[in-house]
Design a protein around this ligand. Structure first.
Ligand code: 5GP
Ligand code: ZN
Length: 112
């Protein structure tokens, strides 16, 4: 499958990984939008948040456990932002479910 994140997960494309287990992988975004910007992704190819189902949703709960652990390890005690872009209209450019974990600066709301 021609998916950048599947290729990062299986090591075909190099990345700076910060966490990996049986079902989840986390690596630094190549174009960081904050001092800390990590992408947390399921190893299973799920195209977007629109394709989360009762059968595959357990990994999403696990991703949020990983996010909490990474936030602590990466020094984001003051707070952080988690973003999921779903679909072209929301700015999703890679069609493999991923959550942006960003921190190290203040964020405004609502996001543009
Ligand atoms: P999206 O726009 O789909 O929400 O987020 C995709 C993210 O993946 C972007 O922030 C982009 O910088 C990042 N990205 C795209 N290609 C690569 C890559 O090859 N390696 C890494 N580490 N990040 C990538
Ligand atoms: Zn994929």
């Amino acid at each position: 499958m021609d998916c950048i994140f599947c290729k990062i997960i299986n090591g075909e494309i190099p990345s700076k990984k910060v966490y990996e287990d049986d079902t989840v992988c986390a690596f630094y975004d190549v174009e960081p939008q904050a001092p800390v910007h990590v992408l947390v992704v399921p190893k299973e190819h799920i195209s977007s948040a629109a394709f989360i189902t009762p059968e595959n949703s357990a990994v999403v709960a696990h991703i949020f456990e990983v996010i909490a652990k990474l936030a602590k390890e990466l020094g984001l005690e003051e707070g952080f932002r988690v973003v999921n872009n779903c679909g072209d209209i929301a700015g999703q450019t890679v069609k493999h479910l991923h959550f942006h974990l960003m921190g190290g600066r203040a964020f405004s709301w609502p996001a543009g």
